[in-house]
Structure formats: structure tokens, C-alpha cells
Design a binder for this molecule. Sequence first.
Ligand code: ADQ
Length: 531
Amino acid sequence: MQINAPKKSDRPLIIIASNRGPFKFKPRKSGGFDVERGTGGLVTALSALAQKHDVLWVASAIGKGDYQWAKAQGGQPTIIEDITLSLITPDKKRYNQYYNDIANPLLWFIQHQLWNIPRTPSITAETWQAWEEGYKVINWRFAEAIAATIKDVDRPVFVFPQDYHLYLLPDYLRQMVDKPVQIQPFLHIPWPGPDAWRILPEAMREEILNGLLQSDRIGFQTTKDAFNFVQTCRFYLSNAHSKGRRNKIDYRDRTVEAKTYPISIDIQKVEELVKEPQTQLLKSQLLSLLADRKLILRVDRVEPSKNILRGLEAFEIFLEDHSEYRGRVMMVALLVPSRMEVDEYQDYLREIMAQAGMINARYSDPFWEPVRVIVGDNYHRALAAMQLYDVLLVNPLADGMNLVAKEGVLVNQKDGPLILSEHAGVFYEFHQHALNVSPFDVYGTANAIFNALEMAPAERRKRAEGLLAQVKEADVRDWFATQVQDALTSFTSQSSRASTPSTPSARQSAASATSDGMSSEKTPTPTARSG
Ligand code: ADQ
């Protein structure tokens, strides 16, 4: 293993597994590759962590450049900047089945409960095929890549699979590796209660739950998600027991903890970006657009779960009910296009533009346009606008956390109140200081807009300070460091218990599971389940 660390050590080797990796590769005409570093919270958290730990990141090649880079490395983990990276290179058809047939349209929708039940979803022969040949195979490939890497490693290994793409990975990895690896997935999106999971056929549901329950501990954004997971396991798995606990499941020979690690932002990075000239320039452009009007801001991916249409509807009700505010406020929606290859997402953007157009047609005057929708991915502009808002609207139907709320609170310079959906994960940290709404209640949201604009300066200040204190309490480094610490504590106590050896369970050895290297495309045959 080409990792910047010894194979034998007391220091843990930390393995992150995620669908998307921290870098994007583009081949240069002159040879070699341009490396673009991702900007997401996880990448940043890890960059900080990589300075303290030995980190291997296993991800899937996504674009053509990634495949070429992986080939150029001969499939071997390679150090890029401070992270050792290993890319699996799945067959495109299988990747498409895993990502575009199962992970996004099925699992993500179940977990956000965004169904139009009389019509969708239909689980067809193609879905079953995608499950068997796509989702299971790609999870198996991830497990193989990790197993091959840690085969000769004689040190503690902690594996952190990320999100709904890799639910089967813990089980597959346990089948391949017969050493005490700590496996600790983290789920970025909500985990709904048992009812939502009835949409999945029993076999898929059980494989997912069984897959996750081969972990040592599962990380969730909120205690509600963790509790829902415990309930789902109890409801659907006859041999899963919580014994009255809300955060632990006994399943077969292990006790699995469902623990809350609310994700946060990289405070230092955001504060640096705010100071950059590009952000300052965009801020002055926005100031001239606004003139002396109040800014009601939203910043989202174009995503039905973000509830952008109801946000516009609420703004329209507000304008209708409070004519005194016409000409004095502006709603700016900064929207990043997302999954534009999917028809429903294209339609959603079209509906947003049409609804904004209708509001403008109805209320604008020669000097005032009530709504401005700006479509594009510009983080500097988002941070510029967040400094200026008088009201921030975060009204998702379902959201694991919602980092926009945390970023806004950190950088806003106007003590702007936050209107917050009770279905965003961040609600559990912010509800004492936010104006809380049901995302379905457009009338209540319109009133919240009015109340936010009318709020006395002292109360605005008090709420803004309360929110800021919450954000400053923990940044994204703490989020990851706590997970590593928990893995370390479990590892240490398991190692001391293991001084009395027990009979190892019948598992395939790493050698047999990976005998055909990292290029197998076979359908995995997980061990038989007792149900
Ligand atoms: P997302 O839903 O993508 O992912 P979210 O928390 O909404 O994550 O954060 C999106 C990020 O993109 C923020 O940093 C935001 O500033 C940025 N962004 C959004 N719109 C933008 C725009 N128009 N221009 C520029 N930047 C923009 C998932 C879950 C979330 C969870 C995160 C992290 O769905 O609930 O918070 O992971 O765990």
C-alpha cells in the first residue's frame, strides 16, 4: 500500500469511503493531470484531519478524467496533496444502475419521503436488476478495494462509509476481513421511521438494515434520525432488539450504537472566503441591486426537498397581505442546478422560474422587481448574499442538516432572523433562536416573513447571538474528530476484551474474497441470513 505511513503502527489508519471523492482529475495535453479539490464540508474536515492521522480515501471514479487517473496509478492508492486516494473504476452501466436507479431515485426519495404514491415508485424488473447488478456490485467493489488495502496492515483500522450509496459495505467488508476493523458509517440525509421503508421490498430492506448493522456504530445528523433507525430495525428485523434503549440495537453477536454527530461547517475557511476580493465585489453588486430594500434570501440546490415553490408562494401571500412592504423588500433566490439530467428536476426549475415570473408580473413596478432568481454555482456570491440578508428563509420539506443555515448565521452582518423549517436537521440546534415554521404552512411562513421584518433590533440581536453561539460551539473538524475518538474508544475496549479469544465467525478470508484483485464485476453472494 502506497500510503504515507507505516503498515505496522499503533496509530489508526482511517479509511473514508464515499461515492464522490475529494478530487476531480482532468488530463493535461502535456501529460499528467490537473487536480481540482472539492469544496464540500467533508473534504475540508478531512484535510484538517489528514494532518493528524493517516487517511485513505476510497471513492468511485466519476468522470472520464478520474478513470484515466485511476488507470495511470495502476489501481493503486496514491498520495494527492495530503490524502491517500484510491478510486474504484466500475463499469459505467453498473455505476449508472447503482447511482441513477437505486441510490438517488429510490433510497434518497424514501429517506426524504418525496413520493407521489399513486404513481411512483414502481419497482420493476429493471429496478431489481439494478439492485443486484448495480448497487450490490458497487458496494462489493468498495469493500474489495478496502479489504485489499488493509490486508497486510497491522494497526487499528477505522472505516467511515459515507451516506446512502454504501449501505451494504459494512456487511461485505466483514465477510472479506477477519480482523477487528471498526466500521462507522455516517448518514448525511434523514432516516425516516419504519412506515417510509415499507416502500422497499422486504429483501432489499433487510439487506440494507443487515448491511448497516454489521457496523460498530452508525452516525446520524439528529437524535430523531438515530431513534428512527432503531425503530426501523426493531420493526422489520425479528432478531433486532433495542431492550428499551433509543440508541442501541442488539443484532446477532453485536451491539450497534446509533449516535448523533450533527455536521457543521469549516468556520475558519468560510471566514477567509468572506474576506476575499471576489466576495467583496459580489457583495457590492448585490448592494446596488438592493438599494435600500430589505433582502429576504434563500440559497439552495434546485431540489424539490428544499421546498422552493412553497417559499415563493409564502412570499406572494406576504406581498398580498402587507401591501405596505411592496417596493421595500426583495426576495433573492440563489439556486445551484442539481441533477439536471433528471426530468423531474428540470421541471422543478421551470416551475420555479414560472412562479417567480408570475409574482414579478403581478406586483412589480417600473422601479421594483420583487423576486430575483439567480441560477448558478457560485459560493463566493452565496457568501456575499448571506452577509446582507435581513431574513434568511430555510424551509425544506426534509433535510439531513442544512449547512446554509449555519453559514448564514456565521457571516450575516445584519442580525437577520432565520425562518427555519421544523424538518431540517439544523432545527434541533437552532429552534430556540429561529422563527420556526412547518414547511407546508405557507400562510405561517408568510407571517414569519412579516414578523422577521418587524422584529425589534434588540430581539434580532439576541436571536442572532444565540444562533452564532450554536455555530461556534462545534465546527466540522470537531464533527469528524468526535467520530474518530469514539472509534478509538471502542477499539481499545474491544481489544482489551479480545484478550479472551472467542471462536471467529465463519467468514470468507480477505484473500479469497479479493483473489481476483480489484477488478471483479461479479454479483456478490452475501452469506445466508437467518432473517
Ligand atoms: P446538501 O443538501 O447538498 O447535502 P446543504 O447542507 O444544503 O447540503 O449544503 C449545500 C452547500 O452548497 C452549502 O455549503 C451551500 O452554501 C452551497 N450552496 C447551496 N446553494 C448554493 C448556491 N446557489 N451557490 C453556491 N453555493 C451554494 C447533504 C444533505 C444536507 C446536509 C449535507 C451535509 O442533504 O442535509 O446538511 O449533506 O451533511
